[in-house]
Design a protein around this ligand. Structure first.
Ligand SMILES: NC(=O)N[C@@H](CC(=O)O)C(=O)O
Ligand SMILES: [Zn+2]
Length: 430
């Protein structure tokens, strides 16, 4: 046996917690036994982790992250991003291609994989661009990118503006059994606007980003997905209108899935305290009405999964102010505690639902072998202390990014140990 985790509180099929002992061999879960497990004497070659009754879940999965390497190493590297993910309890992450150069060639996909392997922390799955340079003009070589290991196609960071281009991409992706993942944004409606339309924009004299700039693409692409049969996945959904369209499309059997970020479930534009770019992200914080629609959609399954959209930027870049600073906030190290504190500790959601939307559901949507805690599954596991309470302090982040609107928030449910392929890659006690 390679690793034994005893005293693990594990969710059973009925969503109840049960004490288990998890045995790991060759990077795979070998068996899960009832009970806390004997106080095993330490044998030289077996590592024993005593979870002390803490929650143990399948490793968290994050299907929308920005690792910035190559090209923007001052914001993050694959190594610092992987460490930040591990600290947040994530064992599998899927990284976006908006690096410099853009991940639009087999060579770049391989580079990301090599750097991730060197870091040796979490599983990093690369997305590749839909169009060369994410410029929206010419499709990339989908076959070569798939062959190199890309798991899907996306121009995240920008929307594909041309409908014919998107349709061609979907046709090609369908023929290869690959998903198209879309950042939904119509450029003509958002130019020069740093925040959503609403009270905050009016008060500070900013042009507002309207809801329909997202929903127009969602509606267009649902029709294109219907025509082409592609698996169409909507990035970081944030509006009532997009949700309405996705719900209707699902009802009539169109192959559409979607994701949401913690901040779009917790914050609205009314919460923005002032013109501070740590509150600037894309999509922007919307109205309370949108937040309520997002929560309800996650609860009824219209929204399939939770992602962080971890988007680190340097302090200098974020200090440029609301208009000039880039969009994006970090997400790995606060995601689980935020959602646990806000929705589970308050009794609105079951623990089971939160864990499912961050493990089994992303695995189902993207066909991954991860996401379950059972014999034969990869030994990717997260230990979480549901009782531990502390405040968010960006200075302690493993990420290079400090750009979060959640500084000082007192949260419960902090990951304490992260295991990938049977290897302890992060522990608060290390
Ligand atoms: N979400 C953001 O606000 N920013 C992302 C791009 C993106 O995901 O659209 C980034 O790369 O910084
Ligand atoms: Zn995006």
């Amino acid at each position: 046996m390679q690793l034994i985790i005893r005293n693990a509180n594990v969710l059973n099929e009925n969503g109840q917690l049960e004490l288990k002992t998890i045995y790991v061999q060759n990077g795979v879960i070998d068996k899960v036994e009832d009970g806390a497990g004997a106080d095993m004497s330490v044998e030289a070659d077996i590592k024993v982790i005593d979870a002390n009754g803490k929650l143990v879940t399948p490793g968290l999965i994050d299907m929308h992250v920005h690792l910035r390497e190559p090209g923007f190493e001052h914001k993050e590297t694959i190594e610092t991003g992987s460490r930040s993910a591990a600290k947040g309890g994530f064992t599998t992450i899927a990284c976006m291609p908006n690096t410099r150069p853009i991940t639009d060639s087999a060579e770049m996909v391989k580079l990301v994989q090599e750097k991730a392997k060197e870091a040796g922390l979490v599983n990093v799955l690369p997305y590749a661009a839909i169009t060369k340079g994410e410029l929206g003009r010419e499709l990339t070589d989908f076959a070569a990118l798939k062959e190199a290991g890309a798991i899907g196609f996306t121009d995240d960071g920008v929307g594909v503006q041309n409908a014919q281009m998107m349709k061609d991409a979907m046709r090609k992706a369908t023929s290869m059994g690959m998903p198209v993942i879309a950042h939904c944004e119509d450029d003509s409606l958002v130019e020069g606007a740093p925040v959503a339309e609403g009270e905050f924009a009016r008060k500070h004299g900013f042009k507002g980003i309207p809801n329909e700039s997202e929903a127009i693409h969602v509606g267009r692409d649902i029709l294109l997905a219907e025509a082409t049969g592609v698996h169409y996945h909507v990035c970081h959904v944030s509006t009532e209108q997009s949700i309405r369209l996705i719900r209707q499309a699902k009802e009539i059997g169109i192959n559409v899935t979607t994701e949401i970020c913690p901040h779009h479930l917790i914050l609205s534009e009314e919460d923005i305290p002032g013109p501070d770019a740590n509150w600037k992200m894309n999509p922007p914080l919307r109205s309370k009405r949108d937040v309520d629609a997002c929560i309800a959609a996650l609860e009824d399954g219209t929204i399939d999964i939770i992602v962080t959209d971890h988007a680190p930027h340097s302090e200098e870049e974020k200090a440029k102010g609301m208009l000039q600073a880039p969009f994006g906030i970090v997400g790995f190290e606060t995601a689980f505690p935020l959602l646990y504190t806000k929705f589970v500790a308050t009794g609105r959601w079951s623990l089971e639902m939160l864990v499912k939307r961050m493990t089994a559901d992303p695995a189902r949507v993207f066909g991954l072998s991860a996401g379950k805690l059972a014999p034969g599954a990869p030994a990717d596991l997260t230990v979480i202390d549901l009782e531990q309470e502390r405040s968010v302090d960006p200075k302690t982040f493993a990420s290079k990014g400090r750009n979060t609107p959640f500084t000082g928030w007192k949260l419960k449910g902090w990951p304490t140990d992260t295991i990938v392929g049977g290897k302890l890659v992060w522990s608060e006690t290390l």
